[in-house]
Ligand binder design. Structure first.
Ligand code: MG
Length: 173
């Protein structure tokens, strides 16, 4: 049987977004991130990180720094992701060609971890996240913040609370 997964955007979904951050000491979890990840893992979902990190393509930070920040996220969460997929492309220079809204990273994760995308969920804070998840055939949840633009009509669920999104996934609300 194939696996089900929850695939997460990173910045403004699990951690506070600091643009082009390469410093692990600045990593700060968003409310409910730890609780939600543990509840979803407990429920049998693989946890996959899918993140655009154009700071590398822009020459601002190294891939190694992105790795250090990702490790710090895992440390704060108190768990390890089952897979981490980063696209380092700058928007105007597609080297890897995987930048969300492309579904390529999600499709790669599905191959690597035998994920059934139809029973999986992509969570992100941007239209490009929702588009990537939708194109890959996942259900999608949009996390909103006070200054978010109007929510994407493609999102299957919209909330300002990651815990509410978690409960929606767990079918508890
Ligand atoms: Mg984001």
């Amino acid at each position: 049987m194939k696996n089900k997964a929850v695939l997460f955007d990173r910045d403004d979904t699990l951690i506070v977004n600091i643009p082009y951050n390469g410093d692990p000491q600045k990593v700060k979890l968003l409310p409910d991130a730890k609780k939600a990840c543990h509840a979803l893992a407990q429920a049998g979902y693989l946890l996959i990180l899918v993140t655009n990190q154009s700071a590398v393509g822009r020459g601002l930070i190294s891939k190694d720094q992105v790795g250090q920040v990702n490790s710090k996220v895992e440390q704060h969460l108190g768990l390890s992701f089952d897979g981490i997929y980063c696209c380092f492309d700058a928007p105007n220079n597609p080297v890897q060609g995987c930048r969300k809204p492309s579904p390529v990273m999600i499709q790669q994760a599905a191959r690597d971890h035998e994920i059934d995308l139809g029973s999986s969920i992509f969570i992100g804070d941007k239209e490009s996240d929702i588009q990537a998840g939708h194109r890959a055939g996942c259900r999608t949840a949009l996390i909103t913040h006070p200054h978010s633009p109007p929510p994407s009509p493609l999102a299957d669920y919209v909330s300002s609370s990651l815990w509410e999104i978690c409960l929606w996934i767990l079918d508890a609300i």
